[in-house]
Each structure stands twice: as C-alpha cells, then as structure tokens.
Design a protein around this ligand. Structure first.
Ligand code: SIN
Length: 462
C-alpha cells in the first residue's frame, strides 16, 4: 500500500504515515459524493446552516489541539496557528448565515398567462485542492460556501499538511454532516488532480495554489466543462508614499511580509518606496526584521518558523543569491540554514535594498521571508512597477493623502487592495485576483455565487 509520510518541517520528526487513496477508491468516493446530492439537496437552508454552526463550534472547542497539529506539520508559530483556527471558523459561521440568503427572483412576463421564476441551487459535487500554507482556513473558505449552497464536497489537502484537514473533516462528521457529503482524499496532487478533473461526477474544481498548477487544472477540466475557482499566485506591491507615517507602516509591513514566514499568496513581495522616505523606512524595517526570532513554532517566542520544504527553500536561496549577484545590499538577515539529513530549512528574515527590476525576486513570487526594496520618485512610476506583473492578487499602499489614495485605488490592477492596511483578509470580503492570479472570488457574498447554478422556470397556460 502506498503511504504518505508527514514530517515536522521544524524538527524533521515523522508525524504520521497515511494510507494513500488508490485511483479506484477516489473514483468510488466521487460517485458517493455525487449520489449524496439527493440527500443533501433535500436539507433545508436552516438545517445546513445549523450543521455548519455546529461544526464551527466543535472546531472552537478543539482549537488548541488543531493549532498544535497545524504548527507541527506546517511550521508556523503556534500563535499564528491559533489565529488561523479562528480565521477558519469565521468562514463557517459567515456561510452558515449566507445559507439562509440564497435568493431567487420573479420576472415580469410579457403576457398575463405566464410566470417567470429564477431559482438558485447548489451546482453539484465540488472537488477542492487546498494548500499547505493555511491548512485549515483555505479548506473552510471553500467547504463553508459549498455546503451552504447545497453542494457536496470532496477535498484533497496538500501532501505536506494533511493532518489538520483530517481532524477538521472528523469534526464535521461529528457535527452531523453526512460522511459522503464531506469527504477527504489522501494522495499526491499530480495523481489525484487528473482523477478530479476528468470525473463526470465533479461539477466544480476549486483550487488554491500555484499559477502553473491552476492552468493545468483548467485545461484538464475543459473536456467535461467544469466550473472553476482558482486562487493562484501573487506578487504583491507595497507602495509607500512620501506622506506615509513610517512607524505605522513598519508594523503593517512586518505583518504583511513575515506572517507565516512570508509563505502567503498575499504577502508583500515588492516594497516600492518614495525616495524621500527610503532611508527612514529601510533602516526601521531592517531593524524590526532583525528583531524577529526564528525557530520551532512550538516555542512561544518564535516569530518565524521554517520554510515548508526544500523546494520552497531552494527558490528563496536562488532569489537572494540572484539579487546579491545583481547588486542588492543585504540590510538584514540573508543567512539560510538547510539540514538535508533532517529535512529542515530555515531562512532568516531578510531585507534587501538597491534592488533593480531585472532581479528574479521582482518578477517571481517569493513565498519566503525576503523583502526587496526599490525606490521611486513619481507615483506613475510606482504604479507601472506595481502593475508590471502577470499577477494581480493583492496590492498595498500607504498614504494619508486622499487624492493619491483614490488615484492608486483606480490604477492598481489587483483584486485586493489594502490602503493603510497590511492585512485586509476577512471572511466577509471577496478574496481573489486579477489576471493570472485566478478566477472567481472566495469569501463575502461573492464567495457563495461560484457554488450556485441558476435555474429559470417558465410557467405557462395560467
Ligand atoms: C493565501 O495565502 O492563499 C491566503 C491568505 C489569506 O487568506 O490572507
């Protein structure tokens, strides 16, 4: 039997050996998920709402245990894992309410003997592929609206972090969500992905992960014309204007850049700083980065955990070396620590100045704790740098000047904008990107739409 080994990225300890699902078993689960629609569609919105609420309550009751599992398999500091459990729960409680607000409409007919009615219904079985960087929240952000809408749901967690997900699914079943309505699949993405994308039972694929994998899932799904929601890569600009309050900006920049060791899709990836505040920002930011404590996330004092695996580490090391070779100056950090025997990979919070656009870090998503700083003089140049990427997920800017702020809001081609805000994510708002950062939105009222079909009914002969 094929087994998936799950390791602690901070210590290299083996955490679990899981049986992987065979293709036949995945196909059986997909059929069961499809068949379960007959039962699930008959539940009322209020019943689905109550089940989501109960699931959320069970997660809250088991918060400490789930956070520990998350830190052990993902490496993020325990305080961040505790925060992520709350964040995950917020999607369930939000969509427990939204389940009751799926409305249709009636449309005036052009004759009196007709009634024209539009109803909405869950679109069927949804197959989700979720990432390792937010093992709980990225699952509930998809499962919450899908179940609320009346869809059944099957999820494949990332190979690095399946344990949090397994616990969440157990709690969902304990809450009373039927086993075939919410299922989990263990396996490698490149093996499970094609089973999902080619299955006639799956009506929708929802994925959070890299842009290349997202493109592959979209093209593989074309033959069965599936609905797609894609939350893909980002390369967030973080623009600091000349009037910004630099001490405030530092706090926001630290949270945006170094949360989860820089391993989020919305992490600030390029600091674009007005020439007049460059020296002050660079000095204060480097000082704050140097003060972060790197280590095992289970240690209360830890701010920065390990990178998830060697692949992520190699990319970050390449970006640091490439930047240095092309003239960047290391203002903080810069050291990397790989223990290949144990399989642990740490990178110091690093701040780079004298950065130029030809450096790899200015075009490729980093997914690590590296902050490159580039200067600008005219706001138009800052916008051109910010928009000069195929990505369009999150962008940040800092100014108290409303004209500048509105100009930037208008000009930036990004789905999420933080104006004086480095952490804009929340359950009640739409999360998603322009361009190659994705398709569709998760969260907020927008987040349930992609799980609904529209059905039009014409009643004649009245
Ligand atoms: C992500 O990195 O994909 C999600 C981050 C967030 O929800 O803030």
């Amino acid at each position: 039997m094929n087994e998936l080994k799950v390791y602690n990225p901070a210590t290299g300890d083996l955490l679990a050996q899981l049986a992987m699902d065979s293709t036949e078993l995945i196909e059986t689960k997909l059929k069961a998920g499809h068949d379960a629609l007959t039962v699930w569609r008959k539940t009322s919105a209020y019943e689905r709402s109550a089940l989501l609420t109960k699931w959320a309550a069970l997660i809250v009751a088991n918060k400490a245990e789930i956070a520990k599992i998350m830190t052990e398999e993902n490496g993020k500091p325990l305080k961040e894992s505790l925060g992520e459990v709350d964040y995950a729960v917020s999607y369930l409680t939000w969509y427990a309410e939204e389940a009751k607000r799926i409305y249709g409409r009636t449309i005036p007919a052009s004759s009196t003997n007709k009634r024209l009615i539009v109803t909405r219904q869950g679109l069927g079985l949804v197959a989700a592929i979720t990432p390792w960087n937010f093992p709980a929240a990225m699952m509930t952000r998809k499962a919450g609206p899908a179940l609320a809408a009346g869809c059944t749901f099957i999820v494949k967690p990332a190979e690095d972090t399946p344990l949090t997900m397994i616990r969440l699914v157990e709690l969902a079943h304990e809450a009373g969500i039927p086993k075939d309505v919410l299922q989990c699949v263990i396996g490698y993405g490149h093996e499970v992905g094609p089973v999902f994308t080619t299955s006639p039972y799956v009506r929708k694929i929802t994925f959070t992960g890299s842009t290349p994998v997202g493109k592959r899932l979209i093209s593989e799904s074309a033959a069965t014309v599936k609905h797609m929601s894609m939350e893909l890569g980002g390369h967030a600009p973080f623009i600091i204007c000349e009037d910004a309050d630099i001490d405030y900006v530092i706090g926001q920049a630290m949270a945006s850049k170094f949360r989860n060791a820089g391993q989020t899709c919305v992490c600030a990836n390029r600091f674009i700083v007005h020439q007049s505040v460059l020296a002050e920002f660079s000095e204060k930011f480097a000082k704050a980065a140097r003060a972060l404590k790197m280590g095992n996330g289970m240690d209360e004092a830890t701010d920065i955990g390990p990178l998830i695996n060697q692949k992520g580490f190699d990319k970050v090391v390449f970006q640091i070396e490439d930047a240095k070779a092309k003239g960047a100056t290391v203002l903080a950090g810069g050291n990397t620590f790989a223990d290949h025997d144990k399989g642990t990979y740490f990178v110091e919070p690093t701040v780079l100045s004298n950065v130029t656009l030809d450096m790899n870090i200015m075009s490729e998503e980093t997914f690590g704790p590296i902050a490159p700083i580039i200067a600008y003089e005219n706001l138009e140049d800052a916008v051109a740098i910010a928009n000069g990427t195929p990505f369009g997920l999150a962008a940040y800017f800092f100014t108290d000047n409303y004209k500048r702020g509105i100009y930037l809001q208008d000009q930036l081609d990004f789905g999420i904008i933080g104006w004086n805000d480095g952490l804009p994510s929340a359950a009640q708002v739409p999360f998603g990107g322009f361009k190659e950062s994705g398709l569709g939105r998760e969260g907020g009222i927008e987040g349930i739409e992609p799980y609904l079909e529209t059905k039009y009914l014409s009643i004649g002969q009245l």
